[in-house]
Design a protein around this ligand. Structure first.
Ligand SMILES: [Mn+2]
Length: 509
């Protein structure tokens, strides 16, 4: 019996070892990531090194972590999607005992026992073969890393997480701190304020930016931030001459995380053809999901059921994740900009604001539609919806005429447009629009209960958001599959969905 079982399991093992599971074939290639490292070297200052750590893993519940999300910068420059790693990219080739190299990669060690529980790891060999790196080591060996950081003019790295106190990543960061003599913890308040000043230098919103910094300084108990001399100078004399002096100081010898942000943003804000292809897919998938939801939506449905339809359509196309937690806000909930409770059990005859999009192979779309659950806009809903739609159309038309972001911003109701890419709010430092940037256009009107207007407008919330690829002379809406015009939305809502017939047994009380 035992023997039969042994032979049977051997046969099953052999079968599973030879069986080929089909996997997606449209991932970014090792050549893409190598090309991005080369592009980074070109803009790095002389005699510098960039150090990029993997994101930490986070606890979901006992013995269970949240689904791991790789650090977008590490992914961009390597294709590596696992935790517990650090990548070093050198401006110039280095030479020492281990030979000549211009990058070193310390990755998560293979562990057959752990892999049976939590999934396959690439390990050294996998990173060499599948990602095309030459100098690859286990993370544990970072302490023997042959780099003398004191010999570099600039050691450039992102803000180091200060809430990771155990495990491999913690050791990697600790080792780096010791080797590169980094004692201080970066002050995130100061970094944020500097970033806001240095990388959005249009004069039009100078006062509002200084106002926000001033408020943040007043509200905080952080003495280092409150007493930052550059920020205090600017608050005392908030004019553009002082601003340019302050920005000059900030960028003259930038703190490492600011320089890291600047360099990585300069690359990531302009999308490569492979990235545009990925964003087109992600935006299309997301728009199809919105169209399906328009067909399926019904007053008896719940917010979470609608949320589930989006997720199903995204997965059906092979999108691994949602780009951000889905926002499905019925009536008044639509006025909460990042509403994610999605727990209303019946959407009734209300407007439902849905800001939901997929993440496809790392690339995130960002699409919003606002749909009447019963398929017909009321007079009031129509009026507000049309205003938002007109604003969006005007911005989109203007994208063909002007390339200045500050001109575009005149036409936003709540001043919100951002880049998309590996992050849903993707990095950017350039204040003018350039070819192959991908941005959102998302006007909205929100009228919470109690607003100083006729009650008939209360609890109306409308946002329409599309993803626009900036071309040479005009923008292209890459999420246009989901209708926006009132008659189109009503027509689609009146059509049937296979989900209308999808019924399940009730849960026993
Ligand atoms: Mn958005």
């Amino acid at each position: 019996m035992l023997r039969v079982f042994f032979l049977l399991s051997l046969a099953l093992y052999m079968q599973s070892a030879t069986a080929q599971n089909s996997l997606p074939t449209d991932y970014l290639t090792p050549a893409f990531h190598a090309n991005r490292r080369e592009a980074l070297r070109k803009i790095m200052p002389p005699n510098s090194v960039v150090v990029i750590f993997a994101y930490p893993e986070r606890v979901f519940s006992n013995d269970v972590n949240y689904i791991y999300h790789p650090n977008p910068d590490l992914y961009y420059f390597s294709g590596y999607k696992e935790p517990d790693a650090v990548l070093l990219i050198f401006k110039e080739p280095q030479q020492n005992d281990i030979g000549t190299y211009n990058e070193l990669f310390y990755v998560r060690k293979r562990n057959p026992f752990q892999e049976q529980w939590s999934g396959r790891r690439l390990g050294i060999e996998g990173v060499r073969k599948q990602l095309g790196f030459d100098q690859v080591y286990n993370s544990e060996d970072f302490k023997n890393c042959p780099v003398d950081f004191s010999l570099f003019s600039k050691v450039i790295y992102d803000v180091l997480p200060d809430d990771v106190s155990a495990g491999t990543l913690s050791s990697l960061i600790q080792t780096f701190r010791e080797k590169a003599s980094i004692k201080a913890v970066d002050n995130r308040n100061i970094l944020d304020a500097y970033k806001r000043l240095a990388f959005s230098t249009n004069a039009s919103n100078l006062q509002s930016r200084i106002g926000r910094i001033n408020n943040a300084m007043k509200e905080t108990a952080d003495p280092e931030f409150r007493n930052d001399s550059l920020l205090l100078d600017l608050i005392q004399r908030p004019d553009s001459a002082m601003l340019s002096g302050v920005v000059h100081c900030i960028l003259g010898n930038p703190m490492p995380p600011l320089q890291f942000y600047q360099l990585t943003s300069l690359l990531r804000e302009i999308k490569q053809p492979e990235e545009i292809a990925m964003l087109r897919k992600s935006a299309f998938i997301s728009a199809v999901a919105h169209a399906e939801v328009m067909k399926a939506i019904h007053p008896d449905m719940s917010e979470s059921e609608l949320d589930g339809i989006f997720r199903y359509v995204h997965k059906k196309y092979g999108a691994e994740e949602e780009g951000y937690p889905p926002i499905v806000g019925t009536g008044a909930n639509g006025c909460i900009l990042h509403y994610i409770d999605n727990n209303v059990t019946q959407v009734d005859n209300q407007l439902v604001l849905m800001d939901v999009a997929s993440e496809y192979h790392g690339y995130t779309a960002d699409v919003t539609r606002t749909t009447p659950a019963n398929g017909k806009f009321t007079t009031e809903q129509k009026a507000i919806y049309q205003l938002v739609l007109d604003a969006q159309n005007e911005v989109m038309a203007k994208l063909g005429i002007t390339k200045k972001r500050e001109d575009v911003s005149l036409y936003y109701i709540h001043g919100c447009s951002h880049h998309i890419g590996l992050d849903v709010h993707d990095k950017s430092v350039t204040t003018t629009l350039k070819e192959n940037m991908v941005i959102t256009v998302e006007p909205g009107i929100y009228i919470p209960e109690g607003s100083p207007c006729d009650k008939k407008w209360w609890n109306l919330a409308v946002r329409i958001e599309d993803d626009i690829l900036i071309g040479k002379n005009q923008g292209e809406n890459i999420s246009s599959y989901a209708p926006r015009e009132i008659h189109e939305v009503e027509k689609l809502a009146a059509s049937k969905s296979v989900l209308n017939k999808f019924t399940l047994p009730p849960v026993k009380e």
